[in-house]
Design a protein around this ligand. Structure first.
Ligand code: GDP
Ligand code: IMO
Ligand code: MG
Length: 441
């Protein structure tokens, strides 16, 4: 019965994949609930390293179900590529399941994403150009096709012909680009019908399956992609992604009610990173940012772009805590701060002469907001081998405690390296979630 949601609480790349993989060791079902192959989740264990994009970070154990749920935009071509990389590395991927209600991401979504970004010029969002935004637009415009539709050739042919007609108007009149001609349309129908046949054995009503597993007492782990500040409602709009990475996204994105969830784990780094454009109040475009980027190899898993780096922002984190209903915190990359004389935390913003502690909605206010910092002493010890909290240098412990105080969240884990074994557990989340279930039974 217990269910835990893993949520990115900054701008993505907080180490959600790593924490999901860690918690998945004790889970029975792992569910990706939103986003698509814009995500890049790194996982390292047993001397091996993987980068997952659409496939849940539980895939390494075939006895578990790894579900791509209805809230995800499913790019079949990309998932086949991802599966083949895993299979070549000897991973048995038979635990995969795909929602029959997930939206299908077509090649024209990718084309339109790139054209839109080009047309935006300097106002570009800096998307991953994987077609994520256009696929979600079609979902909400009701011009999309779902995974179940790939199995019905007549319907697929009829709808895709109508939709491609709409797309051709966009391609030719808005972007002066080549239309999808009849030959290409026929090829598209064949290609995507083929994907349906390829994935047939994995496709099911995953909401029904998750509910069944929960009622059988199984442990379900929901894996968010992106992060709260990239959320379509609660992030730095319009510099966001087109889905709901917040905790609530797990329920709409998987067809499971909020009453089934006990714990919402916010994942963060000991600092902040961001890829793509948009406001970032604590950004360090200087030697501090460069130093952190090089120590932590802060380059995007999906696009290879250098990540923008900034100090830990408690204003962002309190916003994330509220809008996601976070119950605990996982702090990654604490090791990156060894060899810093002092470390800073943003505790408020100064905006137009006033000190504010909330995250403003207006984009201009976000650009104008000046961080108010608290400066803490750093530490010089290498902590990458630390495996219990008692072994942390005093200043690292103080830093961790201060993050907990400022966010109002208990720390469930902290990590001192990218490997599965570098995660130090302070709170047994499955045990806590289990006791919540019993309390409310
Ligand atoms: P995700 O998208 O949230 O799953 O995160 P990514 O995998 O995109 O980015 C996180 C990056 O930080 C990856 O390169 C990880 O290997 C790395 N990482 C995660 N946790 C730690 C940690 O505790 N210490 C260090 N040094 N690197 C970490
Ligand atoms: P994970 O799951 C970091 C960013 C893009 C861009 C914006 C919109 O690995 O944390 P999109 O392609 O989604 O339309 O791009 O969102 N972005 C991410 N940044 N981590 C991610 O995923 C991201 N997925 C999208 O860089 O700024
Ligand atoms: Mg990532």
């Amino acid at each position: 019965m217990p269910a835990i949601v893993v949520v990115g609480s900054q701008w993505g790349d907080e180490g959600k994949g790593k924490i999901t993989d860690f918690l998945a060791q004790e889970a029975d079902v792992i569910v990706r609930y939103q986003g698509g192959n814009n995500a890049g989740h790194s996982i390292a264990f047993g001397g091996k390293k993987f980068a997952l994009h659409s496939i849940p970070s539980g895939i390494f154990d075939p006895t578990k179900l790894s579900i791509i749920a209805n809230g995800v935009v499913f790019n079949p071509k990309a998932v086949i590529e991802e599966l083949s990389i895993l299979q070549e590395a000897g991973v048995d991927t038979s635990g995969l399941r795909i929602s029959n209600r997930a939206q299908v991401l077509f090649s024209y979504h990718k084309t339109i994403d790139a054209l839109q970004e080009e047309a935006r010029g300097v106002a570009k969002i800096g998307t991953t150009k994987n077609g994520i935004g256009p696929a979600y637009v079609d979902k909400f415009m009701r011009s999309g096709l779902r995974v179940a539709d790939l199995l019905d050739k007549d319907y697929l042919t009829k709808r895709l012909t109508e939709i491609v007609g709409e797309k051709n108007l966009i391609l030719t009149r808005l972007y002066d680009a080549e239309p999808i001609n009849d030959i290409a349309l026929s090829a598209l129908i064949e290609e995507y019908y083929g994907y349906g046949q390829y994935f047939k054995r994995y496709i099911m009503d995953t909401s029904y399956q998750i509910d069944k597993e929960l009622r059988r007492g199984k442990k379900v782990l929901f894996e968010g992609a992106q992060g709260v500040m990239l959320d379509i409602d609660h992030g730095t709009y319009p510099y966001v992604t087109s889905s709901s990475p917040i905790g609530g996204g797990a329920t709409t994105g998987s067809g499971v009610g909020p009453s089934m969830i006990q714990e919402v784990l916010g994942v963060c780094k000991a600092y902040t990173s961001r890829v793509g454009e948009g406001p970032f109040p604590t950004e360090q475009i200087n030697e501090i940012g460069d130093k952190i980027r090089e120590i932590a190899h802060e380059y995007g898993v999906t696009t290879g772009r250098p990540r923008r780096i900034g100090w830990f922002d408690a204003v962002v984190m309190r916003h994330a805590t509220r809008v996601s209903g976070l119950t605990k915190l996982s702090v990654n990359c604490l090791d990156v701060f060894s060899d810093f004389e002092t470390v800073k935390i943003c505790v408020a913003y100064k905006l137009h002469g006033e000190v504010i502690k909330y995250y403003p909605a207006s984009l201009q206010d976000l650009y104008d907001a000046e961080p108010v910092y608290e400066e803490l002493p750093g530490w010089s010890e290498d902590i990458t081998q630390v495996d219990c909290i008692e072994d942390l240098p005093e200043n690292a412990l103080n830093y961790l405690n201060r993050l907990s105080e400022l966010t109002g969240l208990e720390i469930a884990t902290f990590a001192v390296g990218p490997d599965r074994d570098s995660t130090v557990v302070l709170k047994d989340l499955w045990k806590i979630a289990d006791s919540e279930v019993i309390k409310h039974a």
